[in-house]
Design a binder for this molecule. Structure first.
Ligand SMILES: CC(C)(COP(=O)(O)OP(=O)(O)OC[C@H]1O[C@@H](n2cnc3c(N)ncnc32)[C@H](O)[C@@H]1OP(=O)(O)O)[C@@H](O)C(=O)NCCC(=O)NCCS
Length: 190
């Protein structure tokens, strides 16, 4: 598996993956992502601007098949995170989606994100999770994330979690996900 930065051509792929994920969740009776937030245009624009900023990643097989996607950025939303939290160097994980035929890959992506955050000098990987989706809260807790707090806002993902970024001194070189050489920032964007 390779991790590479998404390009603009990946936008429809990501939108389709999100749809596939929400259809799968709906069959399980979970309403997360049932409606684009706040609307489909704004959602596509958010994904596009993340791609343009080099903050969306695609995980592909050696054959070029897309297995998963994730976004990682350093924007600390003041609606969600306190001033002192915003002052801490952190990467924020968004839109983690693993296509169903690659289920199980999420562990490696979470580890990759924590290593990347550490390499870039961050202390935390943070995520805002669908407020009432306790199954998903459990998913992140089982992967080392700690619940920070749950906010009741006009925003569907008010359950905040964080995990310490992997200390660069402890980083094993046995990365399962190889990163393709590219123009990556070499220092913390924070
Ligand atoms: C969350 C996700 C990335 C995890 O991928 P993964 O680590 O490869 O693992 P799986 O897809 O096998 O999911 C692991 C477990 O979490 C559950 N799960 C996954 N997404 C879930 C969700 N959104 N809500 C509730 N449970 C969820 C799965 O049903 C599975 O449960 P099981 O072990 O009882 O079968 C992937 O399931 C996915 O793309 N989910 C839909 C999109 C999503 O919710 N992304 C997270 C946004 S914060």
């Amino acid at each position: 598996m390779m991790v590479e930065q998404a390009t603009i051509g990946d936008l429809p792929v990501i939108v389709a993956m999100r749809q596939e994920a929400s259809d799968w969740l709906a069959k399980k009776g979970i309403n997360q992502w049932a409606v684009a937030w706040p609307n489909p245009e704004a959602q596509a624009e958010r994904i596009l601007s993340s791609i343009r900023a080099g903050e969306t990643w695609m995980i592909r097989t050696d054959d070029g098949d897309t297995a998963a996607t994730v976004a990682l950025d350093s924007f600390s939303d003041p609606q969600l995170w306190t001033e002192s939290e915003q002052a801490e160097p952190a990467l924020y994980l968004h839109r983690l989606i693993v296509r169903r035929k690659f289920a199980g890959l999420g562990d490696d992506i979470v580890e990759w994100a924590c290593r990347r955050a550490g390499q870039l000098g961050n202390h935390w990987v943070r995520i805002d999770v669908w407020t009432d989706n306790v199954g998903l809260h459990r998913y992140y807790e089982q992967r080392g994330f700690k619940h920070v707090r749950t906010l009741e806002l006009d925003y569907p993902s008010g359950a905040l979690f964080q995990r310490a970024a992997t200390d660069w001194r402890e980083q094993a070189d046995a990365d399962k996900l190889a990163e393709q050489p590219q123009n990556l920032p070499t220092s913390s964007p924070n």
